[in-house]
Design a protein around this ligand. Structure first.
Ligand SMILES: O=P(O)(O)OC[C@H]1O[C@](O)(CO)[C@@H](O)[C@@H]1O
Length: 448
């Protein structure tokens, strides 16, 4: 099997290769801090050797539970937000048919739906309506077990499920993934007797896709979790501390992005030319946004789907403020084949493309875009994956996670906390008169 690879040749100019390689000692020191576990946030390093420590028994238990849900349910709703949602969606959207929900006859897999990632009343109304009369189950995922968005969704869907199939059967269709001991979801799951999986204490939400948080719903969707984990294991080895900087793609990516940042490139745009990778971008945004955006510092992580967004954001990227750089996820080959047909009338003038694969056109769009953006002053980093498969997505996850840990330490922040997320919650609870927030309620209302 190949590995994903990194090419930063087209990022050179603003920064030189020598300047990047001059960071080797700093990067190695940050890598050592991670591996020795003596840096900020060192109680959240469980992800570092997670892939290689997943056991056969754990995978089998996840698959068995997935099979129970698969046998009972036409639809499974994965409830969760942030790290308790985005990794699953990234894999499922990448691997499932783009029109999955329209494949209604002879389905092999339940349809996976999502809830708890917003507080949309209309979204929840439409979800509860669509679930009426359907055999459904719930995977409720919350590391803290106290996050408001998933808690509201679970309260609503739990009631609907119990009303539909009775409390006893509902227990067999609900799985909770949460902390081993703490939090409201743990208490509820123990009280109700749900099947549970534990999110290890030392794995933060945004690093948790390879725990049951991601593996259970991904397995329910019928995707091979063993391949996903195998890919991550391969990348854990390929980016290990023992692998020298010149060959270590996570170390290099961390170095390049920080060198660009120092030179005024404050925004990183993750680009894909593969529409099914949209949620990889969403997952990546949380990983880097929550890890690095603090203490008044941090590259702003943005993401675009190309060529789609070349017709909306393309103008800005080409000619807007020169504070951006791009990281392009490039997929070597498509999984299916569609050829542009010949048309006798050729009114659209496209016969020069007749007989070509659509992906060949896409590749030229990708190359043309790279050259145009580089000419426009946008440094370009390329991450190549041989194909979209669970194995290479597993590699991609670990590659970005490892680079993120190193990069956060280079930046001088604690990459494993997210104190800033609490501010909106505090205000929301104060505005909603949550018991215990009386002082805050008074203070915030005086500002309105
Ligand atoms: O799994 P939990 O505890 O519900 O948290 C969900 C998400 O909310 C955050 O705590 C804050 O956004 C994330 O770090 C996390 O991924």
């Amino acid at each position: 099997m190949k590995n994903i690879c990194l090419n930063f040749e087209k990022a050179l100019g603003v920064v030189s290769k020598e300047q990047i390689f001059a960071q080797e000692a700093t990067v190695n020191a940050c890598m050592a801090t991670l591996h020795e576990g003596n840096g900020a946030g060192n109680d959240f390093l469980g992800w570092l050797h997670l892939p290689s420590s997943i056991t056969e028994a754990e995978l089998t238990e996840i698959e068995n539970t997935a099979n129970i849900l698969r046998s009972k349910c036409e639809v499974v709703v994965a409830i969760g937000i942030g790290g308790s949602y985005l990794g699953t969606r990234a894999v499922v959207e990448a691997m499932n048919n783009s029109f999955d929900w329209l494949h209604t006859n002879d389905r092999k897999n339940p349809i996976l739906l999502y809830a708890g990632h917003n507080i949309g009343e209309d979204y929840l109304y439409e979800l509860t309506e669509v679930l009426k009369g359907k055999q459904f189950g719930i995977i409720n995922i919350s590391k803290s077990g106290t996050t408001t968005e998933p808690a509201i969704a679970f309260r609503i869907l739990k009631k609907q499920l119990e009303d539909a199939v009775g409390k006893e059967e509902a227990k067999h269709r609900i799985v909770a993934i949460t902390d081993a001991r703490k939090g409201a979801l743990r208490t509820l799951a123990d009280q109700e007797g749900y099947k549970t999986f534990v999110i290890p204490d030392n794995v933060g939400g945004r690093f948790s896709v390879l725990t049951p948080v991601g593996l259970l719903p991904i397995a329910v969707a019928g995707i091979n979790i063993r391949e996903l984990v195998a890919g991550a294991v391969a990348m854990e080895k390929a980016t290990d501390q023992s692998v020298p900087f010149a060959e270590n793609i996570s170390a290099q990516y961390a170095a390049v992005r920080n060198e660009l940042y120092k030179r005024g490139k404050k925004i990183e745009i993750l680009c894909n030319f593969h529409p099914k990778l949209h949620y990889i971008g969403e997952w990546w945004k949380q990983l880097y946004g929550e890890s690095e955006g603090k203490d008044g510092k941090g590259i702003f992580p943005a993401a675009v789907d190309l060529t789609t967004d070349l017709h909306s954001m393309g103008q800005w990227i080409q000619e807007g403020e020169r504070t951006i750089y791009e990281t392009v996820i490039s997929v070597e080959k498509a999984n299916h084949s569609v050829v542009v047909p010949t048309d006798e009338a050729n009114l659209d003038g496209l016969n020069f493309l007749a007989g070509k694969h659509v992906d060949e056109v896409n590749k030229m769009a990708e190359l043309g875009t790279q050259l145009a953006h580089v000419d426009g002053g946008v440094p370009n980093i390329k991450v190549t994956m041989p194909e979209v498969s669970p194995y290479y997505i597993g590699q991609l996850f670990y590659f970005f996670e490892k680079a993120c840990g190193i990069s956060g330490y280079i930046l001088g922040v604690n990459p494993f906390n997210q104190p800033g997320v609490e501010a909106y919650k505090k205000n929301m609870f104060a505005l909603l008169n949550k018991p215990g927030y009386e002082k805050e309620s008074e203070a915030i209302k005086s500002r309105l």
